[in-house]
Design a protein. Structure first.
Length: 387
């Protein structure tokens, strides 16, 4: 890629090119303010030419706001309802992205998506969601605000957003948007790009974040591994020994929350079924469907307290419900994006070769441990049967 990128999204557009966007971007320091190099930038890969180019930066999402406005004149008071269009920024860390049946690449905000149209090479968004401020009511959005979840497009053309961390939108206080308690989510929401409508599906059997989701040829949605914990709260290096011990225990507990479980969702029956667990539980992995009908789970890390990324590729056969080991990556990666193209190639894009960790033992020494290693490199695996 033009610069390193991690915790980003990627999707294959209708033109067969790969679109990578969001995440954390490490540009040339001398060009850090240049347009198209930030966290809302878009870069486009042409597999035929083996070349990247820059696309237009994603815009802020827009929504309608209808609110009461009070007026007074000559001792009389009255209220009228006025309307304006407000804007907000897209979430850039582990963005929820997908592709619709028209080949448009979606990036979901809290109050609806924006999308990039490869034909017009431009960003747009569906009809605007509406906030009725006095009533505390939204129209045209899902039920949850979520981050660190997973997204996949089903054979029915709808987009499935599942898991992550977040909470339900307030009913009486839509401006704040989140419940006071930030939760680990198991919820599933389904967005239909054709109608711009949202529906709720059955929740997963287990809440998880920082995990991949992929549709298999059987029409079912598969989720793998992830992190079964909310994560750590903010910590300062000046904390006492007692706080240090408490947080060390917290890290040890989180290390046990990296998941090896797998589940499959059947849209026809609206049910989740447990599947064979992964040989190695990971978080921060990517996944894609190969031309052989198998799902390739790529990279990730084993635990929070030992966060070295892996070269591991684990291959799942949804027909046999069995796992096998695939060809290893050449570079350790976590927080990467993984996509597959129609010609049977799987691409592992960017990520971190090591991890920037915030562990109590590291914080007591002063600075957070920057075991950096953001990647711009891309690897490709051929999965189509040999002729």
């Amino acid at each position: 890629m033009p610069e390193p990128r991690w915790f980003h999204a990627a999707a294959v557009g209708g033109d067969g090119r790969i679109y990578a966007y969001g995440g954390y971007v490490e540009p040339d320091p001398e060009k850090s303010a240049e347009y198209g190099r930030g966290q809302y930038s878009l870069v486009i890969y042409d597999p035929k030419a083996n070349a990247w180019q820059r696309g237009p930066e994603a815009p802020e999402f827009r929504y309608r706001k209808i609110y009461p406005a009070s007026y007074s004149s000559q001792g009389k008071h009255w209220t009228v309802y006025e309307e304006r269009v407000d804007t907000g920024r897209l979430p850039h860390e582990l963005p929820n992205g997908a592709v619709d049946s028209k080949g448009r690449v979606y990036w979901f905000s809290d109050v609806g998506p924006v999308f990039f149209d490869p034909k017009r090479q431009a960003w747009d968004q569906p009809p605007l969601s509406t906030l009725y401020q006095e009533e505390g009511r939204w129209e045209g959005i899902g039920s949850y605000r979520r981050a660190n979840g997973a997204t996949a497009t089903g054979p029915d053309g709808r987009v499935y957003l599942v898991g992550g961390i977040g909470g339900k939108f307030y009913e009486k206080d839509p401006i704040r948007k989140l419940l006071p308690r930030f939760e680990l989510l198991s919820s599933l929401e389904i967005y239909d790009p054709k109608t711009n409508k949202w529906t709720l599906g059955a929740p997963m059997r287990q809440g998880r974040q920082i995990f991949p989701a992929v549709f298999a040829p059987d029409g079912k949605l598969y989720v793998f591994g992830g992190f079964g914990h909310l994560g750590m709260t903010e910590q300062k290096p000046s904390e006492s020994n007692e706080a240090y011990e408490r947080r060390s225990k917290e890290v040890d507990e989180m290390a046990r929350q990296v998941l090896a479980t797998a589940e499959a969702y059947d849209p026809k029956t609206n049910t989740w079924t447990p599947r064979a667990p992964m040989p190695t539980g990971v978080e921060g992995a990517g996944a894609a469907l190969g031309a052989d009908g198998k799902i390739y789970v790529v990279g990730g890390t084993r635990s929070y307290s030992s966060p070295l990324p892996l070269k591991l590729v684990q291959v799942y056969d949804p027909v046999k419900d069995k796992w096998s080991k695939g060809p290893s990556l050449k570079t350790r990666r976590q927080g990467l994006a993984v996509v597959s193209t129609p010609d049977g190639q799987i691409y592992a894009i960017g990520g971190m070769s090591q991890y920037r960790a915030y562990h109590p033992r590291m914080l007591l020494g002063g600075e957070p441990a920057a075991m950096g290693g953001p990647l711009a490199s891309v690897e490709m695996l051929e999965t189509a049967p040999k002729k």
